[in-house]
Design a protein around this ligand. Structure first.
Ligand code: ADP
Ligand code: SF4
Length: 689
């Protein structure tokens, strides 16, 4: 059972008037569902309760309509009408003895109020600071506004109690919550008793916590989430000031929830941040306060977690992403099943659900946010259907997840892989700069499959149509992946672009196979996710003189959604890569390319020895097409179904592939649902008048 080294993680701990059953603390995290998908979000939290988390929080909950962050979809607690939806969530959180927490957010200088059309209110008048540079400014709160705001917090706290929560987290971190806006000299330039000295800047949070404690503090624990450093130098709420603030207000909240810095710091991707990256910033704070502390750091290792508690650095282990990748992490530690933990890879795909206002996905856990929509449970599969066996062709993330989910359903599974190792694109990409943690996608599945008697993996087994028909598996799952195109077809060019003979073109596959061009190299990025930037870094590290050309206004544009873009650009600059934005490439010659401005079409010549083409990928679907063409022979061969999944079907990020593999496994032998919607959803209730 449990390793005694981890006993400390299971000690109960009080947070004000309530007690958490253990030290596993799911800090608030977004999920892209929020108020639009309340039951999906509630069920997701409920699964975490089942997985053993001692504390489970909502995402940020907008506590008053005068401050909201449309277009981003979070929760809302604007009136009593919102209570039932939140009660459903708190009830699910408490099913296994966990504490239910709600994070109350008043976004102040961060909320443009695009939906409510209210004039934003903030400590000082200035432009709204969000991702979208909205042309909106906030008005400074006057004394009567501050009184109103204090009352609104009390109203929200009472509603939170009504909704069944045990804990309230007041949001003052990541630049997003009004408590930070008051505490920081950057956003609080007031000259009254709420501005100036730290004592004055801390007045508002003291007042609100006092008010809330008076109203609900006898039964609810009140936590305060602040960032360990605003990361804008001395003008901001620096680590030194955070320490002064905590020392001056030792007993203010029932627990200090210490986030890292900006959201980009706090949710730092593995490409740029190690596990426990905030340790320096949090060390020693414990001695300044009598109250418990929770901190984050993409913790996936129970040894690191236990060390954090044993050394007195933290009292609770805060997890957002690790709890998404494996909602059963605490339970697995408790049951001594450390090797079964599905570790977060730090890709930040989950965050894109929030940033794109869609619904979140997790690369490692394809059931995330599908717990209610599709009835998918991260640890339990549906029972086996009528057929008995499956041949999975290809062992990339799609094939491996399909095999892992299928064998849990009870099918006999054979995986055929052409190469000498399993893992497909993942093992190749994990060797690129900064992406080694991505290898966990394969490591986890490889180990799990090795523990199962009903799975066989055949390496160096490139299958063709004849061999598949000869084998006679009942079900064939084609997961043969995709290859990068060399002809430039992507977004700028929808047909192959003009490439002169003698031009040296390399694809990402060539580089991952070890053929790395030297000299003056142009990386043309019309893919816009991580690959172009990563390869530019690889080439520069290898000594090439690299220019990255992209039609986008940002290098690795889509990584704005994974919070990485802000770190990628400086990393490339530091590596000596020249970045050319807003330009495409119209012609490639042996010693130069012709580049066009995306706005004016004016051209410019760039000398080069080689071009790395990061355009799009072509699905490897010949095997599937070959089998389809011979459908008449399937019955004689004993084949009932042939399906194509993952990149072979339509190339996408790794999370798309694990999702496709999982879905294939769930739906095998399932009922034909015809034209019905393949997931549940909620729609807005119509008003009676
Ligand atoms: P996905 O992301 O969809 O899982 P990948 O490209 O990562 O796709 O993986 C596809 C895997 O399929 C690769 O490891 C490749 O070697 C393997 N593969 C491709 N064609 C065949 C084939 N005909 N027989 C066996 N394995 C194949
Ligand atoms: Fe971790 Fe990536 Fe899953 Fe997010 S999507 S929880 S970063 S593995």
């Amino acid at each position: 059972m449990r390793d005694p080294r981890y006993d400390i993680l299971f000690e109960p701990m009080a947070i004000g008037p309530v007690t958490a059953k253990n030290r596993f603390y799911q800090v608030p995290h977004c999920n892209g569902g929020g108020y639009r998908d309340p039951s999906a979000a509630a069920e997701m939290r409920g699964v975490k309760a089942e997985g053993g988390w001692g504390v489970i929080f909502t995402e940020q909950c907008e506590m008053h309509h005068t401050s909201e962050i449309t277009p981003f979809i979070e929760l809302r607690l604007w009136e009593d009408k919102d209570i039932p939806m939140l009660r459903k969530m708190s009830e699910r959180m408490k099913t296994h003895g966990g504490l239910a927490g709600i994070q109350l957010a008043y976004s102040g200088i961060n909320g443009p109020n695009l939906y409510s059309k209210e004039v934003p209110l903030a400590p000082s008048a200035m432009p709204i600071r969000t991702f979208t540079n909205d042309p909106v400014q906030a008005r400074a709160l006057d004394k009567s506004d501050i009184k109103d705001l204090r009352r609104w917090f009390v109203n929200a706290a009472k509603r939170s109690k009504d909704a069944g929560f045990d804990l309230i987290c007041l949001y003052g971190a990541h630049g997003f919550g009004i408590f930070q806006h008051f505490l920081s000299r950057a956003t609080n330039q007031r000259s009254d008793e709420y501005g100036g000295s730290l004592e004055n800047r801390a007045r508002f949070v003291n007042e609100v916590i006092g008010d809330i404690k008076d109203a609900v503090g006898d039964t609810m624990g009140i936590t305060l989430r602040v960032s360990l450093d605003e990361t804008i130098g001395d003008l901001g709420f620096s680590n030194a000031e955070v320490r002064d603030f905590i020392e001056m207000n030792k007993d203010l909240p029932d627990l200090w929830d210490l986030a890292h810095g900006t959201w980009e710091d706090c949710s730092g991707p593995s490409r740029f941040k190690e596990e426990g990256a905030q340790e320096q910033l949090v060390r020693g704070i414990h001695e300044l306060t009598n109250k418990p502390i929770v901190g984050v750091g993409r913790f996936t290792s129970p040894d690191v977690m236990a060390k954090m508690v044993k050394t007195g650095t933290l009292d609770f282990i805060g997890c957002a992403r690790p709890s998404i990748a494996d909602p059963f992490l605490p339970k697995k530690v408790e049951e001594g099943r450390i090797e079964d933990i599905r570790e977060c890879i730090g890709c930040n795909m989950c965050i894109t659900g929030d940033m794109t206002m869609s619904i979140s996905r997790c690369t490692q856990n394809p059931t995330f946010m599908e717990e209610w929509r599709k009835g998918w449970h991260p640890e339990k599969m549906n029972t086996k259907g009528d057929s008995n066996n499956v041949l999975v062709v290809g062992s990339g993330p799609a094939g491996l997840e399909a095999a892992w989910a299928l064998c849990r359903r009870g099918y006999d599974v054979a995986v055929a892989e052409a190469k000498t190792e399993i893992g497909g694109r993942v093992v190749r990409e994990a060797k690129l700069p900064g992406l080694s943690a991505w290898g966990r996608v394969v490591d986890y599945r490889q180990y799990q499959l090795s523990q199962r008697a009903n799975v066989d993996i055949y390496l160096e087994s490139e299958l063709d149509t004849d061999s598949i028909l000869e084998f006679g598996f009942e079900n064939v799952c084609i997961a043969t992946g995709a290859k990068w195109r060399a002809d430039g077809v992507a977004r700028q060019h929808v047909v192959p672009m003009p490439i002169a003979s003698g031009a040296k073109i390399y694809t990402p596959d060539d580089l991952m196979d070890g053929t790395i061009p030297e000299g003056k190299v142009i990386v043309f990025d019309d893919d816009h996710y991580y690959m172009g930037g990563v390869l530019a870094e690889l080439l520069a590290k290898n000594g090439a003189d690299v220019t990255l050309v992209t039609p986008s206004a940002y290098v690795s544009d889509w990584t704005n959604n994974t919070l990485e873009q802000i770190a990628i650009h400086p990393r490339l600059v530091d590596a000596g890569v020249e970045i050319v934005l807003n330009r495409g490439i119209t012609e490639i010659h042996a010693d130069h390319v012709v580049s066009n401005c995306v706005y004016t079409d004016r051209t410019q010549r760039f000398e080069c020895d080689a071009v790395v083409m990061v355009a799009s990928r072509k699905e490897e679907n010949a095997l599937f097409d070959g089998l389809k063409a011979r459908e008449a022979e399937w019955a004689d061969a004993g084949i009932k179904s042939v399906k194509i999944i993952g990149d072979a079907n339509a190339p996408g990020p790794i999370a798309w592939a694990t999702y496709a593999g999982h879905r294939y496994a769930r739906e095998l032998d399932g009922d034909d649902i015809g034209d019905a919607l393949p997931f549940r959803r909620e729609i807005t209730e119509l008003a009676l008048d």
